[in-house]
Design a binder for this molecule. Structure first.
Ligand SMILES: [Zn+2]
Ligand SMILES: [Zn+2]
Ligand SMILES: [Zn+2]
Length: 165
């Protein structure tokens, strides 16, 4: 039995600088532990991924870099994203072909992602019950899971209440 989750969706107004600061501090710790090199450029791309609680595509990242006056070629951005994925600092949201910052890097988990179809906000939950169920169902039919990403689309609390106004 997992703990009941009080809404993991951040309120519309919150101290997002604190979110970014926490993410960067966690990234430094995770890289130090795993021996990954968090170069200034990789760090900057991670910060840009964390600019919002919405997944961001590689092209938008390139645009954001250019806005900051930095000329980065697409392969540079892809390599940085690959590094961040390897270190478990970001996740790829397949259905949106975009990336989102991990809220619990450094702890092994299979994320399930709740994706708001209206505002595209993404929240990661790690429900052990779902994981177990998936592994069992797969095993029953002789399938071995290598990688699992569960993406669930729907409406976040903010968009739901906006819809009722
Ligand atoms: Zn935030
Ligand atoms: Zn995660
Ligand atoms: Zn929403």
């Amino acid at each position: 039995m997992g703990k009941p989750i009080s809404s993991p969706f951040p309120p519309e107004r919150h101290d997002h600088h604190a979110c970014i600061a926490t993410a960067l501090a966690q990234a430094r710790a995770v890289c130090a532990e795993q021996g990954g090199r968090l170069t200034p450029q990789r760090r900057q791309i991670l910060e840009l991924v964390w600019q919002e609680h919405k997944p961001v595509g590689a092209y938008t990242l390139l645009e954001r870099l250019h806005e900051q006056g930095l000329k980065a070629a697409p392969p540079t951005v892809y390599r940085a994203l690959e590094f961040l994925l390897e270190q478990g600092l970001i996740h790829r949201i397949e259905s949106l072909n975009a990336y989102t910052g991990c809220t619990a890097p450094g702890t092994p988990h299979h994320g399930q992602f709740l994706v708001c179809s209206r505002c595209q906000q993404v929240v990661e939950v790690d429900d052990q019950g779902i994981n177990r169920q998936l592994v069992q169902s797969a095993r029953r039919i002789g399938f071995e899971i290598e990688r699992q990403t569960v993406e669930i689309s729907g409406l976040c609390p903010g968009c739901r209440s906006a819809g009722h106004e």
